[in-house]
Design a protein around this ligand. Structure first.
Ligand code: G1P
Length: 291
């Protein structure tokens, strides 16, 4: 990738069944880690990576996400009137002024690959990022997607995919890659498979929810037939890109990933964020000591 990464896609049309009953009305991406919804962490990471166009692939149950990034006239006027400038800046800062949010719908839940394909009319033929907001990646320096965009430019790679080692018996929850190491953080992907059983997995290097992809992937997604779980898988389209000799790197990002798609991950992320704040850290310590 030689061009800067301007567009990032957020597939947010999932049902969030692991968080029912809350997700009957609250989009899972709106669940908070402390005071910020998951989607805010994802958006901040995209903006850090240089994006100015955010594409949310959503459905009719997810209006709250559009509302969240919209201007809140009444609230803003009230905060202004009361001189609460800190809160006003926070409310206005959900989306920086130079960034636009575009919403496209995924009419049917046909899989992650299909969700990404729904963004094609907005993304066109340029390189773009994908962030799955369930995977919250925390770090103090450049965000994970920004690290990947930098690597993609430096290496002239068609794509970069974030990976992490997972326990061998959990390969069937992830896309798994077989890759040839380049250095301690990156490797050239030879092969990729979606949710293999541990016995069939080519490694325990799992895809986590960050991708830098070329516009070419849309053409390949158009041709992708249902795969694992009967869904159109992004992993299968990337495998097709590899077959075309596309250079795709697996990248072990700097940062800590929390799988907020399940309760344990959301609890961990919340405790971790609390530990960053001295007052809340004292609460966590006191609670842990007395239980
Ligand atoms: C998706 C991808 C999978 C990847 C995972 C990361 O799966 O299909 O390759 O490893 O995200 O979170 P999902 O979790 O949507 O089933």
């Amino acid at each position: 990738m030689s061009k800067p990464l301007r567009k990032v896609v957020f597939p947010v049309a999932g049902l969030g069944t692991r968080f029912l009953p809350a997700t009957k009305v609250v989009a899972k991406e709106m669940l908070p880690v402390l005071d910020r919804p998951l989607i805010q962490y994802a958006v901040d990471e995209a903006v850090d990576a240089g994006a100015d166009t955010l594409v949310f692939v959503t459905n009719r149950y997810k209006h709250a996400i559009a509302d969240y990034f919209d201007k809140a006239y009444e609230l803003e006027a009230k905060l202004q009137e009361k001189g609460k400038s800190d809160l006003l800046a926070m409310v206005q800062g959900t989306l920086p002024k130079h960034v636009r949010a575009i919403f496209v719908t995924q009419p049917e839940a046909l899989g992650l690959g299909h969700a990404v394909l729904c963004a094609r009319p907005v993304v066109g033929d340029e390189p773009f990022g994908v962030i799955l907001p369930d995977d919250l990646i925390w770090n103090t320096g450049r965000g994970a997607l920004g690290q990947m965009a930098d690597l993609s430019r430096a290496q002239g790679a068609a794509g970069v995919i974030a990976v992490e080692e997972v326990p061998h018996d959990e390969t069937d929850k992830y896309g798994i890659v077989a890759a040839t190491p380049v250095d301690e953080r990156s490797a050239v992907i030879r092969h990729m498979v979606e949710k293999p059983k541990p016995a069939d997995a080519p490694s325990n290097l799992a895809v986590v929810g960050r991708y830098v992809l070329p516009g070419r992937i849309f053409e390949l997604l158009e041709r992708t037939t249902p795969g694992a779980g009967g869904e159109i898988q992004l992993t299968d389209a990337i495998e097709a890109l590899l077959k075309e000799q596309g250079k795709v790197l697996a990248y072990r990002f700097q940062g800590t990933r929390f799988d907020c798609g399940n309760k344990a991950g959301l609890v961990r992320a919340t405790m971790h964020m609390a530990m960053q704040d001295p007052k809340l850290a004292a609460v966590v310590r006191e609670f842990a000591a007395s239980h």
